[in-house]
Write a protein that binds this ligand. Structure first.
Ligand code: ZN
Ligand code: ZN
Length: 228
């Protein structure tokens, strides 16, 4: 009898140990997978600071709008070319407003984007950029998919191509405002205005921060945030 009780207690102990062990493992595995997901998510949304990633971003945004435009030109139906071109132009113009609003209210107003953008303001010559995968994902989720609800695939692609081209132009002009040497002309004006933006952020030369537009000053003039 005593032997049977001892055996039963032993079995119970083993089962309890196994349960505790597997529950612990499960918790550990869940914790590890959460940690991995968080790690990749943070890597995806944090700005990157490597020369290679910066160069890749510039090349990618030179090639991708041109490729998409070419594909649309080759494969889109002939009869809807005019409206496709028009929607591309609408997307391009709309980008200039997105650029202004994003810079003014998100990059200068909304954490953690504000903190990340401050890195650029603190080190204007450092090669810092948004991960290419993230900017593409945002364009896909916030521009292409919503436009598919309104337009057909050709129109939505063309509208997205316009926004993508606007973002590509912004990326290259912003790079040039910091790294090109120009003394006159249109780009020199962009450089001067963007330098005022950086100065107004750091030294409070103005009562408010100025010149949020990088590719143009139209929206700054309209919303009274322009400075020359
Ligand atoms: Zn800024
Ligand atoms: Zn800048």
């Amino acid at each position: 009898m005593q032997f049977m009780v001892r055996q039963r207690t032993k079995r119970l102990f083993i089962v309890q140990c196994a349960q505790t062990h597997s529950a612990g493992n499960l918790f550990k595995q869940k914790f590890q997978s959460l940690f991995v997901v968080r790690y990749f998510f943070m890597r995806l949304i944090k700005p990157v600071r490597t020369e290679r990633a910066y160069r890749f971003d510039l090349i990618f945004y030179a090639v991708s709008p041109l490729s998409l435009g070419l594909l649309l030109y080759i494969y889109s139906p002939l009869e809807s070319r005019a409206e496709i071109l028009l929607l591309g132009l609408v997307g391009l113009v709309l980008w200039s407003l997105i650029e202004y609003l994003l810079h003014r209210f998100v990059l200068h107003g909304l954490p953690p984007f504000k903190r990340w953008h401050t890195q650029h303001h603190n080190q204007p010559m450092a090669r810092i950029c948004l991960p290419t995968a993230l900017s593409m994902l945002l364009i896909l989720l916030l521009v292409f998919l919503p436009s598919l609800c309104v337009f057909n695939i050709w129109q939505a692609s063309s509208f997205t191509c316009g926004v993508l081209s606007g973002y590509a132009i912004y990326t290259h002009i912003h790079h040039a405002t910091h790294h090109a040497r120009q003394t006159n002309g249109w780009l020199a004006r962009r450089q001067r205005e963007h330098a005022i933006h950086h100065a107004s952020h750091h030294f409070s030369l103005q009562p408010k921060e100025r010149n949020f537009g990088v590719t143009n000053q139209f929206w700054d003039r309209l919303f009274h945030t322009a400075a020359h």
